[in-house]
Design a protein. Sequence first.
Length: 392
Amino acid sequence: MTPFNLGKLPRIYFGPGKLAELPRLMAESAKSALIITGASSFYGSEKWKKLTDELTSRGITHFHVSVKGEPSPDMVDDIAGQYRGKKPGLVIAIGGGSVMDAGKAVSAMLPKNETVKHYLEGFQGAGVHDGVKTPFIAIPTTSGTGSEAAKNAVLSRVGPDGYKRSIRHDNFVPDISIVDPELMLSCLPSVTAACGMDAFVQLLESFVSTNASQLSDALALSGLEQVRDSLVTAYRDGNNLAARTGMAYAALMSGITLSHAGLGVVHGFASVLGGFFAIPHGVICGTLIGAATWTNIRYLKELGEGNPFLEKYARTGALLARREYTPENRDDHLDFLVRQLDEWTETFRMPRLGAFGVGFQDINRIIQHTGDKNNPVKLDKDGIKEILTASI
Ligand SMILES: [Fe+2]
């Protein structure tokens, strides 16, 4: 068995109706909170009114900020600067991955005075954050990034010199995560599909990661099973609570597995493409995963027989096909996996990269910056180019 470390996890409250725990949990630890939501879905809903009424009755002061789009360093600096003096005892983010990342970064920056750029990974002269933050509660309203269980927040600036970079520390894992699938019922089909593919890719990439362990594998497989059973149903019938619950579980597991095992080449592309072009992260994942899986399998086959990562891809194919994995049927399982990914891309009408302005003239600029992270096989520039070209 591979040696592994189990890092910090949030206190997790999972299941339909669990949002009702929030006022009690807030009252346990703070008298005031900064609540960050998205622009529409939760803020203004009946649930929002019920929550704020209960906070008032418990004597908890709350400040509210709504954010739109993916968080940028300027957005985080603005919010932290505005509320630092009010010293909220808690930061709570209720929304999709962008909202949770915004909340996570704000909670990390409230006790600091400098810009968040000072702590972004990969920035020239970046400093090391000491992990001191305002306590943070994450409440997802989509099933995708797994930010509710992860220790990083991704911030981006989109444009020709754009970037997507993380602020990261073990202490940035949310102190509490409330995963209530009832909050996901109103999620639009296109968002359900894109977020669901992000969760799927995170599970698959961490399962076949060079840094995977027995523990991360167990969690990844249980998440993959839920994607198999729930993703298409959640897309077609958004009100299906069982399917929403399955996808909420899959996304939560993906946050834990990506934090522990790392990710592969699709997320290598995502951090570059998401900086240069305004493409939703889940769409990048859903569009690239077919070609990336096919290319990875081809490169792994070239390494010769008995490769453990090839076996893991085949196990994933067998799991998705609801068949028992048998080594002698390895190639059938692999074929099923590739066909399943194509079928999902078609079912979800996943837009290709060209729809967001990515052209063949951009290929060299993109692959120059793309790393393959913990990809199961080292890809050369030709392999990376092949994946991108097939997805434009
Ligand atoms: Fe992702």
